[in-house]
Ligand binder design. Structure first.
Ligand code: AGP
Length: 611
């Protein structure tokens, strides 16, 4: 996610902006910049790369000012570069904006503005705000009026900051779907994306709500609604220390990221499930209908958690697009002389876009003339530069080494890809695609419901954390979730855990069953539930203990299992996105009970850039 900081008051603004951006570095970024009003003129400093480059840039050309905005950019549209770094300005360079979010209708607005003579200097969606506000910012119009009109034209999410040399002691900010807070000082006021940026200056914060707009001057702060009505807001006193603040008050980044998953899924769907005739919009995938009709096989290639996402993707693509789909470990793929050719679509799934094995598999696929696509979370990463097309997940930076929100974002992206291939290949009707999209849109709310099992899971972890072995069982599209649940547990709690297809029990693993090895079973409603229930019976008759994920109301499973976690009913193909949540929470709470370093587990790296 991008980071925003703004200041207006009696102190030098630049050091406050730079310090605030530094406190937001944990959010991850690829470029940074600031805009101030100095001697009545708007001044900009921007650069690609880390904050120290911006500090050097400012040192080379110092700025004196009492008002300004700073920004760290996590690219979602447009590669990391100085031109794409924020702030963006209007054409005469008298007004600057910083933005965190995604504008869904940026193309429509871009064309409208170009028709009116506006020229764009970047390939970001955010620059639209600079010209749209300029368009409404006519002589005599207050900046907040122009900003209100501009945000009313935008579909999507924003946390926005705006300064103008025409009103040099003012910041106007607005939010919808991206966080924005205001810090209250003595004759000085602050705006930021998150608390850590302001804690050095104040602990009195105003939380801005969706569709509100706030005007800051040295005389004070005014919050107004979308219609312009003044809103009262009681300041919150923040008690967190700086470290707690970076984690949003959560104990670990992993837990914060588990809780971010509803928003992340919405952000990954945003602007792509238009619903118009069941069409999915994947602008950067570079997959024409002609190309799709030519595909005879799809390969989903990845490592670790991303490979588990690929296993789910196989079900989705084969059922919606009717194209045979193989899933392979990246570390195996290129050494097995894969039967890949011009009629192959090779999809590389990677949160980081830098995993060495997956990158090498991409290069091998290109050598064999396949069409390549990467499902990736990092704009401008190696895989996104080398693949023919990209399908970005919008999970924001994932700090915890154990992947959580990136995984559910990958599953969401695979639903979008399966729908897209289904429609382009002619295998999926518009009506069926639209129906599936409607179901997809409802899943973030179900993720929120799944997160409500947290306290119950914490209690279960207290009972189970001393065990030395776990078995995870799942069938069908939830077998990959059993694998993922086992991986989460082993990589952060160092407990041996195996994921297995439940139907494989009698072919070996059942010899392991005894009272010392909990068996976590995904037994939510599905086409194979009866089979899973007989697997649970097999475990119980051998004195095994069972923790079962069940669909609310299923008393049968509750009777058989030792412990249950109740889930809402959901269509089977969507169930992996929701079923993984309690397994992430179980791994998290067991690891915490065992005193493990949850965010930085031993021996692991966030991105494995060596073979
Ligand atoms: C998952 O929790 C692990 N951190 C690891 O398996 C990870 O998924 C794997 O290394 C692949 O990383 P990537 O998605 O960045 O390519």
């Amino acid at each position: 996610m991008c980071g925003i900081v703004g200041y207006v008051g009696q102190q030098e603004a630049v050091p406050i902006l730079l310090d605030g951006l530094q406190k937001l570095e944990y959010r991850g970024y690829d470029s940074a910049g600031l805009a101030v009003i100095s001697k009545g003129k708007l001044e900009l400093r921007r650069c690609q790369g880390k904050l120290n480059k911006l500090v050097q840039r400012v040192a080379q050309a110092p700025l004196k000012s009492l008002v300004g905005l700073g920004h760290t950019r996590w690219a979602t549209h447009g590669r990391p570069s100085e031109e794409n770094a924020h702030p963006h300005t209007n054409m005469d360079g008298t007004l600057a904006v910083v933005h965190n979010g995604i504008i869904e209708n940026d193309r429509v607005l871009h064309m409208e503005l170009e028709k009116e003579g506006y020229c764009f200097a970047s390939d970001t969606d955010s620059e639209v705000f600079a010209h749209l506000i300029d368009k409404y910012y006519r002589k005599g119009t207050p900046l907040e009026t122009a900003v209100r009109r501009a945000v009313g034209r935008v579909k999507g999410t924003y946390a926005l900051g705006v300064v103008s040399q025409r009103e040099p002691q003012k910041i106007v900010a607005a939010r919808r779907g991206s966080p924005l807070i205001v810090g209250l000082g003595q004759k000085e006021f602050f705006v930021a994306s998150d608390v850590p940026a302001l804690l050095a200056h104040t602990r009195e914060m105003l939380y801005i709500h969706d569709n509100e707009l706030v005007t800051l001057t040295p005389q004070g702060v005014k919050i107004t609604s979308a219609a312009g009505q003044v809103q009262k807001r009681k300041p919150e006193h923040i008690t967190w220390d700086a470290i707690q603040a970076e984690k949003g008050g959560y104990k670990h980044f992993m837990l914060k990221e588990i809780y971010e998953q509803p928003q992340v899924m919405e952000d990954t769907l945003r602007g792509r499930v238009t619903g118009l005739g069941g069409e999915v919009v994947l602008d950067d995938a570079n997959l024409s209908a002609a190309l799709v009709k030519n595909f005879r096989r799809v390969f989903l290639i990845a490592c670790g958690t991303s490979w588990h996402a690929g296993l789910v993707g196989k079900f989705l693509i084969e059922s919606m697009a009717g194209i045979p789909t193989e899933v392979d470990f990246a570390s195996e793929f290129r050494y097995r002389s894969p039967l890949v050719d011009r009629q192959s679509l090779v999809v590389l799934i990677s949160q980081s876009g830098e995993t060495a094995d997956t990158l090498a598999a991409l290069q091998e696929a290109k050598r064999r003339k396949a069409q390549t696509l990467t499902i990736c979370n990092v704009v401008g990463s190696s895989m996104t530069r080398e693949a023919h097309g990209t399908l970005y997940t919008h999970a924001g930076p994932e700090i915890g080494v154990a992947s959580t929100k990136a995984f559910t974002a990958q599953l969401t992206a695979l639903h979008l890809l399966a729908l897209y291939l289904g429609r382009k290949s002619g295998n999926l009707s518009g009506a069926k695609a639209t129906a599936h999209m409607d179901r997809l849109r409802g899943v973030p709310r179900m993720l929120e419901r799944a997160l409500k099992t947290d306290a119950h899971i914490q209690e279960l972890a207290t009972k189970l954390f001393k065990h030395k072995d776990f078995l995870y069982l799942g069938r069908g599209i939830n077998y990959p979730i059993a694998l993922e649940g086992a991986l989460k547990l082993k990589e952060i709690s160092y407990i041996h855990a195996e994921g297995y297809p439940a139907g494989e029990m009698k072919h070996g693993p059942i010899a392991l069953i005894d009272g010392r090895m909990p068996v976590v079973t995904i037994a939510t409603n599905s086409s194979v539930l009866e089979k899973v229930m007989s697997n649970i019976q097999e475990v119980k008759t051998r004195d095994g203990s069972v923790l079962a994920l069940v669909t609310q109301g299923n008393r049968e499973v509750r009777k058989k299992a030792d412990w249950t976690i109740e889930m809402s009913a959901i269509e089977e193909s969507l169930s992996p996105i929701v079923n993984v949540i309690p397994l992430q929470l179980l791994a998290y709470h067991v690891a915490v009970k065992r005193g493990c370093d949850v965010d930085q587990p031993r021996n692991l790296a966030k991105s494995v850039t060596v073979e």
